[in-house]
Every structure is written in structure tokens, then in C-alpha cells.
Unconditional design. Structure first.
Length: 339
């Protein structure tokens, strides 16, 4: 006697559910194994390539951060996360310095991102040290003093910091895009510094740049635009890298990238938070990154101060504060001076 049709249907559905569960389990096992392999491969390769990591020493992490304990980042108690992004060119036996100062904001609820670049020669009151160029705050007291300077002068509270070594930038680019990232180079650029850290020779036009070339492009300032042009190129490069990261090949390379950047990054963002933010950013990508440059075009003038400060960008401090707060707290400004 044949079984009732309803019973046969229930059994088929049950077998299908078991098959789907088995396939889903297999997928997660494979994905986990792939992610672990890629992460370790990236970490091992980075340790092998990094000149800043001693032989046999493990890659750095948030738990081993040089500045983590002293950084007093403020939780804004909302969906907006503020990160102090710094580009470091610290060499052996030299004082720490940064010529890239940015405040990045990621709204986890709205999936929007904003990026404000602060010119390194901006003349500002550094708590406990008096008026100086803002990048001097990092030399005097690391990211914590820079956080205090930004908080007291602009009313913006960074919760996290992330310092990326310029050597690591090249590794990051070469990991996410081994064939290079296409850039529309706006002019011929040729420069070689005495320290041997920059050897740039680019021609105008669209071309693919590897990590070292892209770093030179982003740091170039030997023309009439100076630091203003460099800040604009840095923001342009971040946009291009964002597009690479959210592409299909970028998502596949994400685990290796996380392993790659560890020897070159000093941050107080723990690994769990990095993975959470990375997942949100990759699977809910922002359409664009809104940008601002401080001081704005209509609010700065060149001024020379006594030695050792030298030439600075002076500005109306109350206007700068309003500009930054309007950008981060009230929405996108009509003017984007760095464009």
C-alpha cells in the first residue's frame, strides 16, 4: 500500500531542508578555512616584507599598540564612529612625525562615510604647549595629544586612532590590487627626495599605479599647489581604494588584507571591532565618501612665525570649528574646498 501523498511531500521537504543545511554548513566551513588561510598568508608575508618588524617578532596588534593605554578616546554614544587617521613616516632614531592628519566618520546606521583632512601646517593651540603647527602635537605627545588638540579646538571627539606606516601603505595597495589601481594623473610628476623614500616619475594621463607609485602620487607636493594638492590627492586615493575594497575581488582579498596591515598599523581598535566594521563596510558599502579640507579656501592666510615654527596656515579658529562641526554633525556642506 503506497504512503499518503502528504507524507511523501513532507519527507521530500525534510530531505531538502537537510540538504540546504548541509550545503550551508559546508559553505561556512570552507569560507572559514579560506579566511583563516588568507589571513595567515597575509600576516606571514607582511612580517617577511616589513623592515619595521624585528626578525622573529610577531606582527603588532591593537593589544600591542604603542599608544593604546594613553589614548582617551570618547565614545559618542550614537551610530557615528570617529577615527583619527594618521600617516606616519617615522624612521629609525627619528622623532615620530605625521604629515597626514584626517578625521574619518562612519555612520553604521546610515552607511555613510565622511573624511576631513587637516592641513599639517594649520596654526592651532596645542594643550600644554601653546600655538604651533598641528602636526607638532603628534611629535610632542602622540595621538592622545593630537586628540586633545582636536577636541579642545574643534569640539570633535575621536573615539579611535589608526596610524599607518607609509611602508605599509604600499603593501595594502599591492594586496588588494596586485595589478595596480587605475589613476588619472593630472600632471607630470617627477621628484626624488634626499632620504630615498620617494622616487617618483609619472606622466599625465590614466595609468595603473602599484603601491609604491600610488604612495608617491599621494605624497607629491613639489609644485605650485604644495600641501593643498597633496591633500586633494590623498582624498582621491582613499576614494579609489574604497572602490577596490568593495569590488568582488576586494571582498575575496579582505582576510589577507587584514593580515597584511598588522605589522604596519598602530591602532586602539580591537580585532573584533575591525572585523565588525569591515563586514558592515563590505556588505553595506557607502556610495561615496564626503570630504572636507581644513582650513577651507575662504578661511586661511600664510603667516610666518618665529623660529622654530616658521611658515604656518593661520585661520579664523571659530570659523574652522563651525565648519568641522557642520560637516560631521549636520550633513554635507555645500562647498567641498578640496575638490
Amino acid at each position: 500500500m503506497s504512503k499518503p501523498r502528504s507524507m511523501r511531500i513532507r519527507r521530500r521537504r525534510k530531505r531538502k531542508r537537510k540538504l540546504r543545511l548541509a550545503l550551508l554548513t559546508l559553505f561556512f566551513v570552507v569560507a572559514s578555512a579560506y579566511g583563516s588561510y588568507e589571513y595567515l598568508a597575509g600576516k606571514n608575508q607582511a612580517n617577511k616584507n616589513s623592515s619595521s618588524v624585528a626578525q622573529g617578532e610577531e606582527a603588532s596588534s591593537a593589544e600591542e599598540s604603542k599608544y593604546k593605554e594613553e589614548f582617551k578616546g570618547v565614545d559618542n554614544k550614537d551610530d557615528k564612529i570617529n577615527i583619527l587617521l594618521l600617516g606616519s613616516d617615522q624612521r629609525e632614531d627619528e622623532q615620530a612625525r605625521t604629515d597626514t592628519i584626517m578625521i574619518a566618520q562612519y555612520d553604521t546606521k546610515e552607511q555613510t562615510a565622511k573624511l576631513a583632512s587637516i592641513m599639517r601646517d594649520t596654526y592651532i593651540n596645542i594643550p600644554g604647549y601653546g600655538y604651533n603647527k598641528i602636526n607638532a602635537a603628534f611629535s610632542f605627545g602622540g595621538p592622545e595629544l593630537l586628540r586633545q588638540t582636536i577636541s579642545e579646538n574643534f569640539g570633535i571627539e575621536p573615539e579611535y586612532y589608526s596610524i599607518v606606516d607609509f611602508e605599509g601603505f604600499t603593501q595594502i595597495v599591492d594586496t588588494i590590487s596586485p595589478d595596480g589601481i587605475e589613476v588619472d594623473v593630472e600632471k607630470d610628476m617627477k621628484y626624488k627626495d634626499g632620504a630615498g623614500t620617494i622616487d617618483l616619475d609619472l606622466q599625465e594621463g590614466k595609468q595603473k599605479l602599484d603601491g609604491e607609485e600610488l604612495l608617491g602620487y599621494a605624497r607629491f607636493r613639489n609644485d605650485e599647489e604644495g600641501d593643498f594638492g597633496r591633500v586633494a590627492r590623498q582624498q582621491k586615493v582613499i576614494r579609489l581604494m574604497k572602490e577596490e575594497l568593495i569590488s568582488f575581488k576586494g571582498v575575496l582579498k579582505a582576510p589577507r588584507l587584514i593580515g597584511t596591515i598588522q605589522p604596519y598599523i598602530d591602532t586602539n581598535i580591537d580585532n573584533g571591532k575591525i572585523l565588525q566594521l569591515g563586514k558592515d563596510f563590505l556588505f553595506n558599502p557607502v556610495k561615496d565618501i564626503e570630504t572636507l579640507r581644513i582650513p577651507t579656501n575662504d578661511n586661511y592666510w600664510n603667516e610666518r612665525k618665529d623660529y622654530p615654527i616658521g611658515l604656518v596656515l593661520n585661520h579664523d579658529e571659530s570659523q574652522t570649528r563651525e565648519d568641522l562641526q557642520a560637516f560631521f554633525e549636520k550633513g554635507k556642506q555645500e562647498e567641498s574646498p578640496s575638490e
